[in-house]
Design a protein around this ligand. Structure first.
Ligand code: NAP
Length: 288
């Protein structure tokens, strides 16, 4: 049978990375395209660092959009024509929109995290978040909570790194500095937080018996989100369950950042019902 699924009119999308053997992005995006009956295809494109400029040239001329992952989230910046506020604040890009040859950079990880948290039944507006870590995920989480009028405490093993993050993020928000606090992972103030967000790799396979904080710290929080998604239920989420508070898995962020990427490409309605999105998510979960 002649396979007519891909032709001259098919919209092309891609993820660019140096090593993509573990990426879930093609499965998620192609499943969303299928559910939306969209004439589009999404491909993994593995490239060496010396080829970034020439590959971006090709993508600019014949791809409708693309994602970027390690190590290109910052390296892509010089090739873009425009970036959004979140990218200016976070200094990294994961999604590029091609608007008639102009490349516009977005970062959808933070939006994806907050969407996953809201789907877990926890509000994200104006709340106090305790964020563990001071790397890329901590930065996008901090940016989004601050942008929603919240207050954030960064707890990191390297206090200086957390301090630098606090200054840089504080400058991007009106009265931001006053709403950011910093401490080390072993000196978290005894206060109450609406949510604990783990943005360290602690608890990730194969060291699944580790938690970045003790149950005492978890008990100070109203909910827990863990960016780690392998395993789906980390030791930290187990502590949250034992405390009887909502525990939200990182896989939801992985899925929702893709949904948010599609919104930059197609607009707020990506053409996939909530039920169809849940079905794709269920299938993704079953793979892990
Ligand atoms: P990153 O930029 O490398 O930052 C990692 C942070 O964790 C740094 O502050 C680092 O401290 C700290 N850290 C590392 N090992 C630690 C340890 N043993 N104890 C305490 N702190 C430690 O990484 P990232 O991109 O932010 O990612 C963080 C985690 O989120 C990873 O597990 C990643 O897989 C996950 N993630 C998940 C999603 C998703 O869709 N669910 C998306 C993005 C990231 P130093 O700076 O001192 O090294």
């Amino acid at each position: 049978m002649l396979d007519r699924r891909i032709g001259a009119d098919t919209l092309r999308f891609a993820v660019l990375g140096e090593s993509l053997s573990h990426t879930w992005s093609p499965y998620i995006h192609n499943s969303l395209f299928l559910a939306a009956s969209r004439n589009a295809v999404y491909l993994p494109v593995t490239i060496g660092r010396d080829r970034l400029a020439s590959v971006v040239d090709v993508l600019r001329s014949c791809f409708a959009g693309f994602n970027v992952t390690i190590p290109y989230k910052e390296r892509i910046l010089p090739f873009l024509d425009e970036v959004d506020d979140a990218v200016r604040a976070c200094g990294a890009v994961n999604t590029v929109e091609n608007r008639d040859g102009r490349l516009i950079g977005h970062i959808t990880d933070g939006l994806g995290m907050l969407a996953a948290i809201e789907q877990g039944g926890v509000r994200t507006q104006g709340i106090r978040a305790l964020i563990l870590g001071a790397g890329g995920a901590a930065r996008v989480a901090g940016y989004e909570f601050l942008a929603r009028g919240g207050e954030v405490t960064f707890a990191a093993r390297d206090a200086q790194k957390a301090g630098r993050l606090s200054v840089e993020l504080g400058e991007t928000q009106c009265d931001g500095q006053a709403r950011i606090h910093v401490c080390t992972l072993d000196s978290i103030p005894c206060a109450s937080y609406d949510i604990l967000i783990n943005c360290t790799p602690v608890g990730m396979y194969p060291a699944t018996d580790a938690s970045p904080v003790t149950r005492d710290v978890v008990a100070q929080c109203g909910a827990v989100f863990d960016a780690v998604y392998n395993p789906r239920t980390t030791k930290l989420l187990g502590l949250a369950k034992a405390e009887g508070i909502p525990s939200i898995e990182g896989l939801g962020m992985l899925f929702q950042q893709a949904v948010e990427a599609q919104k930059t490409w197609f607009g707020p309605d990506i053409g996939v019902s909530a039920e169809a999105q849940q079905e794709i998510y269920r299938e993704l979960s079953a793979e892990l």
